[in-house]
Design a protein around this ligand. Structure first.
Ligand code: SAM
Ligand code: SF4
Length: 335
């Protein structure tokens, strides 16, 4: 292995180190905060970036200093060929960290292969431990499968971060039981503010459970909740609880408190580049790939996009030609 590429900095001095790839927009759940009951208008298969195209983009990004890749979606495990694709990403020089975000429904049988592929960390989405609430939130009765994945990941020694979206009137009674998982398990349970990307499922909402309220709720229950310092670029504010093996985290995804150190970009399922979760896409990478652009041309286009980045999610939202966020589904963005 030769030396890693020097890191690219944006117009606000933030490094580009991390890319999130939505490998599909399809999903086997219908979480109401993400998409409508009938699903979204899925991108036709030929419009999805092929694995070869994704690999090429990651190679170019690795040359720009990106070292971390997260595979997300939609549900990554509904796309065939995911595991061989991970194997190919592992071969790309400069990529040192590959993570996955999954809903866990189909994941358990693949855990041994994930270990073999060197996956060290998986983000598992789990908003409730109650089967009836799980069904209400995801519109599917799959909690046992998700819990089986959780157990398999822990048993395999893969670091697990649980992502729980906190929704007023839906699962706030789950905050403490989910946080209790950290008592005897080395997991991080991260509570996420709900964002208005739900594919038109419901209108943009107010946010009764913002990061401050979630922290106060945790602090009322767990005395000694202590903030810990996190790596630059981290989105979660992390806390330890005395006597607990794991940690809790709070992601102020709607309040956008972490934009100042954001080190990531996103590629949507159809190859749109987002330099901020809240922008509407700033570059059509698929058009470049399919239009015969050279690696150097794609590299220049990516570099330029990164140098014109919005300062934060509020600015990115303002710059959208259509300010409405809620028609977009998180399953095309990748979270
Ligand atoms: N299907 C996979 C899963 O659910 O883990 C990966 C894709 S999903 C879009 C990635 C993450 O985005 C999940 O943790 C999910 O909870 C989160 N998410 C989806 N819609 C959201 C919303 N409207 N607000 C906050 N988080 C959301
Ligand atoms: Fe599917 Fe994940 Fe969206 Fe739920 S959050 S509908 S599991 S993509």
């Amino acid at each position: 292995m030769s030396t890693t590429a020097s890191v690219l900095f944006d117009n606000h001095g933030r490094p580009l180190e991390y890319v999130r790839l939505a490998v599909t927009d399809r999903c086997n759940l219908r979480c109401f905060y993400c998409m409508p009951e009938q699903g979204i208008d899925y991108v036709p298969r030929q419009a999805l970036l092929s694995y070869e195209e994704l690999e090429r983009v990651v190679q170019i990004l690795a040359g720009l200093g990106v070292h971390k890749v997260r595979l997300t979606g939609g549900e990554p495990f509904v796309r065939r060929g995911l595991l061989p694709f991970i194997g190919r990403l592992r071969q790309i020089e400069g990529i040192t960290d590959i993570g996955l975000t999954t809903n866990g429904v189909l994941t358990a049988p693949h855990v041994p292969e994930l270990v073999r592929l060197g996956i060290r960390s998986v983000n598992l989405s789990l908003d409730t431990l109650d089967r009836a609430r799980f069904l209400r939130i995801t519109r599917r009765d799959e909690l046992p499968q998700v819990l089986a994945t959780f157990e398999a990941l822990i048993a395999a020694g893969i670091q697990v971060k649980i992502n729980a979206v906190v929704m007023d009137g839906q699962n706030t009674e789950d905050i403490i039981p989910l946080a209790e998982l950290t008592r005897d398990l080395p997991v991080e349970v991260r509570f996420i503010e709900e964002m208005p990307f739900n594919g038109g499922s419901h209108a943009a909402m107010s946010l009764p459970w913002n990061h401050v309220r979630i922290r106060e709720h945790l602090a009322e229950h767990f005395s000694g909740l202590l903030p810990v310092s996190t790596a630059p670029g981290a989105t979660a504010a992390e806390y330890t609880i005395p006597g607990h093996m794991g940690r809790v985290g709070i992601i102020a995804a709607y309040s956008r408190t972490f934009c100042g150190s954001c080190n990531r970009i996103r590629l949507t399922a159809e190859g749109g580049l987002k330099t901020c979760l809240y922008d509407q896409g700033v570059l059509d990478v698929r058009a470049l790939l399919r239009g015969g652009a050279t690696n150097e041309e794609i590299r220049t286009a990516l570099t330029t996009a990164f140098r014109y980045r919005a300062a934060n999610g509020f600015e990115a939202e303002q710059q959208r030609p259509l300010h409405q966020l809620s028609f977009e589904s998180m399953s095309t963005i990748g979270g």
